[in-house]
Ligand binder design. Sequence first.
Ligand SMILES: [Zn+2]
Ligand SMILES: [Zn+2]
Length: 251
Amino acid sequence: MRIASLGSGSRGNATLVQHQETTLLIDNGFSLKQFTQRLQRLEIDPRAIDAVLLTHEHGDHSGGVQRLCASHDIPLWTAVGTARAALAPGFEYNRLVAGQTVTIGGIEVLPVTVPHDASEPLQFIFHQLDNGKRLGLLTDTGHITSHIVEAFGRLDGLLLEFNYDLDMLENGPYPEMLKRRVGGKHGHLSNDQSMDLLRQIDTSSLGCLIAAHISEKNNARHLVDKLIRQLDNVPEPILADQEAGFGWITV
Ligand SMILES: [Zn+2]
Ligand SMILES: [Zn+2]
C-alpha cells in the first residue's frame, strides 16, 4: 500500500491511497483544474481512481468532490449526514456507516467516528487485504476519544493532524470566534493533543508517520518536526504541505 497527498491544510485536502490495481481518493477540496494539475505530479490518471471517500462536508475536503466524481464517473462513498450537507439533492453515493467496513478492490476501509463540527464526520483506517498492513488517516478531529485510541493503535502507517500550536492560536490573527472553534472540542487537533495520541497508542509497528493539516497561521513546521522527534518510539516524521502535499510513501 502507498499514500500520497495533493495538498494538506485549510485551503484544500486530497489524499490518495493505492494498493496494486486499487486507487482510492480521500476528499478533494480543489477545483477540477487544480486537482488535475496536482494529480499529474503523481503521474496518476483521474480515470484510475476507483472511488472517492468523503470525510465530511467542510469545503477544504468536499469543495471539488461532486464535480470530480461527475466528470470522471467515479463512485462516491460517504455518510448520510455528509451527503445531505455536501451534495446536491439526488446526487448518487454509496453509504458509509461508522464501524462498518467496506471493501473496495484490494483495500478494506473502516470508517471511524470523530468529534468535529460537521454533520457526520468520519476518518478512516485502510487495511491491505493480502498482507494485513494497516494505514490510518486522522484529521479534522476536535479531541482524542477512547474510541480513537482503540481504533488507531498497532498501525503500519499513520497520517495525523497537527493543526495548531496553542500559544500561536491564542496570540495569532484569527478572530475570537474562529479561535474558539478551532481550539474547541469539535475543532482540530493541537500539537499537544496529537502528541498525546502518539504516546497512548501502540506504535511498535509504525513504519511511517505523516503530520498533516498543519495550519499556516497557527503553527510552524519546525515546531511539529521537533516535537515528534522527541518521541523515540515513532519513525522520523514526514510533514505534509499545503501546496506540495507529499509524494508517494510506501507503507
Ligand atoms: Zn479540514
Ligand atoms: Zn473540517
